[in-house]
Design a protein around this ligand. Structure first.
Ligand SMILES: NC(=O)c1ccc[n+]([C@@H]2O[C@H](COP(=O)([O-])OP(=O)(O)OC[C@H]3O[C@@H](n4cnc5c(N)ncnc54)[C@H](OP(=O)(O)O)[C@@H]3O)[C@@H](O)[C@H]2O)c1
Length: 254
């Protein structure tokens, strides 16, 4: 408890899955949280839940492809809560999947826009607010896919998510002198809407489960606890990393 006392955080992709679990955990740990995603009703339900538990949150609905949306998230944090310390840039999509010969240019570009360009646009406005305030912590949600693990039919997703690792390193080097830490978290499979959409049969779920050393997929709350570590002062000397939280999928060959 209280690991984020007096901190102000932005969490995107907060209407569901990993983002929702992380926003709740940040609030439980004392942060005031600006929650973002497109589905306003889901965000408002989350804010009600956080406030009922004694926390503080504001919902700001929008699309992460828009630079204006990132400006609004940052200005909401600063104007309503006084500062910005933490940003979990987590919104993402599987994008256009399937054999690469069938992937359209528009589908590939859209996947990059939602998963990668959005992260750059977010950080561009977040680092300035954090640097003004003595520093901060930015966490991007990448994945083991395209880093330590390859699946056929996921070219756009893998390219966009591995791009986040280069972005993490560049920003960590550039803003480290301003005490802004930047890290990427790389989950294995996590039981969310996205996982169930990609693995829509019991056979597919059994296959993916077996890829992990722990022989199960993660609950969103397990990823949230690792994000909390990277976001908090417990990780005060951690920057520029690609942090696998993958249940041993990357080292499993059985
Ligand atoms: N589940 C896994 O196995 C897994 C593994 C590794 C990494 N990840 C990554 O984890 C992140 C969270 O995914 P999840 O598994 O929690 O899936 P999820 O439950 O489907 O959540 C995805 C979130 O992203 C938001 N989002 C998508 N497109 C958006 C857009 N254009 N603008 C604003 N928000 C947008 C969604 O909100 P709205 O629909 O309300 O906009 C939702 O809140 C993603 O980046 C994903 O790639 C997931």
């Amino acid at each position: 408890m209280n690991r984020l006392i007096d901190k102000v955080a932005i969490v995107t992709g907060a209407s569901a899955g990993i983002g929702r679990a992380t926003a709740r955990l940040f609030a439980e740990e004392g942060a005031r949280v600006v929650v973002g995603a497109r589905r306003r009703s889901e965000l408002e339900a989350l804010v009600d839940e956080i406030e009922a538990a004694g926390g503080k949150a504001i919902a700001v609905a929008g699309d992460v492809r828009s630079e204006d949306y990132h400006k609004l998230l940052v200005s909401t944090a600063v104007e309503r809560f006084g500062r910005l310390d933490i940003a979990f840039n987590n919104a993402g999509t599987l994008g256009e999947a399937g054999p690469s010969t069938g992937v359209s240019e528009a589908g590939f570009a859209e996947t990059l826009a939602i998963n990668l360009t959005s992260a750059f646009l977010a950080a561009k406005h977040q680092v300035a607010a954090m640097a003004d305030n003595g520093g901060g912590s930015i966490v991007f949600t990448s994945t083991f896919v395209g880093y330590s693990f390859a699946f056929p039919g996921m070219a756009a997703y893998a390219a966009s998510k591995s791009g986040l690792i280069g972005l993490t390193q560049a920003l960590a080097a550039e803003y480290g002198p301003k005490n802004v830490r930047v890290n990427a978290i790389l989950p294995g499979a996590v039981d969310t809407d996205m996982y169930r959409e990609a693995n829509d049969t019991a056979e597919k779920q059994a296959f993916v489960t077996a890829l992990h050393a722990l022989k199960r997929v993660a609950a969103p709350e397990e990823i949230a606890r690792s994000v909390l570590y990277l976001a908090s002062d417990d990780a005060s000397f951690v920057s520029g990393t690609a942090a696998l939280v993958d249940g041993g999928a990357s080292i499993t060959r059985t």
